[in-house]
Design a protein around this ligand. Structure first.
Ligand SMILES: NC(=O)c1ccc[n+]([C@@H]2O[C@H](COP(=O)([O-])OP(=O)(O)OC[C@H]3O[C@@H](n4cnc5c(N)ncnc54)[C@H](OP(=O)(O)O)[C@@H]3O)[C@@H](O)[C@H]2O)c1
Length: 250
């Protein structure tokens, strides 16, 4: 299936490692040009160089998405440098387990700023624009690893906002979808850390995943890239769970 992404212009937040890095790589493999950001400059530059090696243009900016003014400047600069924007992926999360204000600053406010700033660019995209929110299964249940963390509650709030945006932006030709990963493991990520520091907890979570293992970043990335692409032209307001069967629900 041709996803129709060759030459597309895509912005991905938090793309120097983990799921965001895999998302950027999957877009590059489809021939999409990229704008990526992260806070630490060196890993971001290394990611950008590797992606350029796949034959696409990559704009990279070191910034903290909690600085929504800087995020807005980045959105407009990305559109200017890439010649427009066809899709934006909100991937960064502060992952806050205790700090409610931080969760609002790193998760909620950047998403609203990103969509507000990008929507004129997306509305001008020739095949329609698209937004993908990377959420979490933690928004969809209350047992571990979800619980009473700000992380889980703000993800749930973002799910509602993305679904509502899907309705309000549809008349402008902009689709909005969510991808909700279950636990995903990669070197340097939170689950690899827990595997080493708290093996019993890790094993307990793994035992609840019917497919028998945690997910891989590229498995989430493929879902994001599909939803962002013209191949998903009639899909909006969806929340695609990518969790190996972890959630017990209909
Ligand atoms: N991993 C999982 O098991 C899992 C499960 C469900 C959902 N998710 C969701 O998937 C998304 C990515 O998760 P991940 O595990 O790949 O995250 P991660 O390992 O923490 O990577 C996040 C990326 O975002 C960048 N970043 C972090 N905070 C930033 C900020 N304030 N401003 C700009 N860039 C920032 C990081 O680079 P710098 O640190 O240099 O900024 C890095 O490139 C998140 O929304 C997360 O909630 C993950």
């Amino acid at each position: 299936m041709d996803l129709g992404l060759r030459g597309a212009r895509v912005l991905v937040t938090g793309a120097s490692r983990g799921i965001g890095r895999a998302i950027a790589g999957a877009f590059a493999d489809e021939g999409a040009h990229l704008a990526i950001c992260a806070r630490a400059r060196q890993p971001l530059e290394e990611a950008a160089e590797e992606l350029r090696g796949r034959g696409v243009t990559v704009v990279a900016r070191d910034l903290d998405v909690a600085d929504t003014a800087a995020l807005r400047v980045f959105v407009d600069a990305a559109a200017a440098e890439l010649g427009g924007l066809d899709a934006v992926v909100s991937n960064v999360s502060g992952g806050s387990a205790a700090d409610w204000e931080k969760a609002l600053r790193t998760d909620v406010l950047p998403f609203t700023a990103l969509v507000e700033q990008a929507q004129e660019h997306l509305a001008a995209a020739p095949h329609g624009g698209s937004v993908v929110l990377v959420s979490s299964t933690s928004a969809l249940h209350v047992t571990a690893p979800s619980g009473t963390k700000p992380y889980s509650a703000v993800k749930a709030a973002l799910n509602q906002h993305a679904a509502a945006l899907a309705r309000t932006l549809a008349p402008r030709g902009v689709r909005v979808n969510t991808v909700s990963p279950g636990p995903v493991e990669f070197d340097g990520g939170g689950w690899a850390r827990r595997r080493d520091t708290d093996p019993d907890y890790y094993a307990g979570i793994r035992a609840r995943i019917p497919l028998g293992r945690l997910g891989r970043p590229e498995e989430v990335a493929r879902a994001v890239v599909f939803l962002a692409s013209p191949a998903a032209s009639f899909v909006t307001g969806a929340n695609l769970v990518v969790d190996g069967g972890f959630l017990d629900r209909v």
